[in-house]
Design a protein. Structure first.
Length: 417
């Protein structure tokens, strides 16, 4: 009897447990079904934004050093001792101003020797011309002699036919005339030779004249003059030093304009162009800003793959000098660009972002399309989009769960558009 009662109780307990489990399952189904079905019906909650152009605030200040816009080195062109040096560092100079002088004694002697040699060459010309005159006189004398001899020969020939003179006398007259012709030809050849000697002597005069001019020019080179209007940047020798040709004396610069050379990265280089404006400031003049422009971009990179860029600024009051620290900000660096939050990139939450390529979810209707984009610079949580996304496109900034291409979304109250 007791066994039957216990078996009945066990059977009733099993039924109760089964009913209890069934009820729990039913309740759980009622609780979970709306939550699971709701995203499928209404879409994934997401913050949607509209792609817009915005300035990329670089905040990057590049540093460089000032240099004169035009800089020259004054060098000695002759050998000699410095006997005068009339300027020092910082002095202003004018074009053509006498700066220094090299001892000209040796150079003056060279001029005197060249001039004396020139006088001797000119005397040779005079002598050669006198020889020409003498040769021409001899020609005239030979011509007169020939005329007389020919006249005598004709007269004797006539007398020979009349029998008044012997044949020997007539033959001697013909011989004399023939000799006179040969003498005339010889004298004429002497004139040609004398004229050639004059030409040679005149050529020597021309050559020696060039030597004299060269000696005088070298004497003038003993005086070192300024080739520009500017200031003395460096004094490289002193009075008493012996200079060789090419020896450095002074370094001059025109500082009415200054050059500032800064080095930029390859990425920044794409944003720069000759003529682009820049803002330049100096610690030496803390309350003043200078406007500059890019005049040259080097075709070759320097160390660390940095490209030298030359910026020119006006310095009409010459308040700034060479070798000062300059801080340069390129104005064109703030041109409008397409910027979006980095959180909009797929893989942002997982930290799986690429430096160049990425993807965003573009909203088309109530669904999303995954689109590949090319990335540019990053600033303060935003990234530049170079291609793949256009201004005005709606895109997902963040979503309630990871999205896939074609997912349906439900824009949040913070969404745009």
């Amino acid at each position: 009897m007791m066994g039957q009662i216990m078996a009945k109780q066990q059977w009733l307990g099993a039924i109760a447990i089964a009913l209890l489990l069934g009820g729990c399952q039913s309740a759980m189904s009622r609780l979970e079904s709306p939550a699971v079905a709701r995203p499928e019906r209404e879409g994934v909650a997401a913050d949607v934004a509209v792609a817009r152009l915005a300035p990329l605030e670089t905040g990057t200040t590049l540093t460089g050093t000032t240099r004169p816009y035009r800089e020259v080195m004054v060098r000695s062109q002759v050998e000699g001792q410095v006997i005068r040096l009339g300027v020092d560092v910082g002095d202003r100079v004018q074009a053509g101003q006498l700066l220094a002088e090299v001892d000209p004694v040796v150079l003056k002697n060279a001029v005197f020797e060249a001039e004396a040699e020139l006088a001797a060459r000119r005397n040779e010309v005079i002598q050669a011309q006198a020889a020409v005159n003498r040769a021409r006189t001899a020609v005239e004398e030979a011509r007169l002699t020939l005329q007389q001899a020919e006249s005598d020969a004709r007269r004797l020939e006539t007398l020979l036919r009349d029998g008044a003179v012997s044949a020997q006398a007539a033959e001697q007259a013909r011989t004399t005339a023939q000799t006179a012709r040969q003498v005339l030809r010889s004298r004429e050849a002497e004139v040609v030779t004398a004229q050639q000697a004059v030409a040679v002597a005149q050529g020597r005069v021309q050559a020696q004249t060039a030597f004299v001019q060269q000696a005088r020019a070298r004497l003038n080179q003993a005086l070192l003059r300024s080739p520009l209007n500017g200031v003395v940047l460096e004094r490289l020798t002193e009075v008493g030093n012996l200079l060789q040709p090419g020896g450095d004396v002074l370094r001059l610069g025109d500082i009415r304009q200054l050059k500032v050379v800064v080095e930029v990265s390859e990425r920044e280089l794409a944003r720069l162009a000759p003529g682009q404006r820049a803002t330049v400031t100096f610690d030496a003049v803390p309350n003043r800003t200078y406007e500059g422009r890019i005049t040259r971009i080097s075709p070759a990179a320097a160390d660390a793959r940095l490209i030298p860029v030359e910026v020119v600024i006006d310095n009409g009051d010459e308040r700034l000098g060479s070798g000062l620290l300059a801080r340069v900000v390129f104005q064109g660096a703030n041109a409008p660009r397409l910027m979006i939050p980095q959180s909009a990139l797929k893989g942002f939450e997982e930290g799986q972002l690429s430096s160049r390529q990425g993807s965003v979810f573009v909203v088309v209707g109530d669904r999303v399309q995954e689109r590949q984009v090319t990335l540019g610079q990053r600033r303060e949580g935003k990234v530049e989009i170079l291609s793949g996304l256009n201004a005005g496109d709606r895109y997902v900034v963040r979503s309630g769960r990871p999205l896939r291409d074609g997912d349906k979304i439900r824009p949040s109250i913070l969404s745009e558009g």
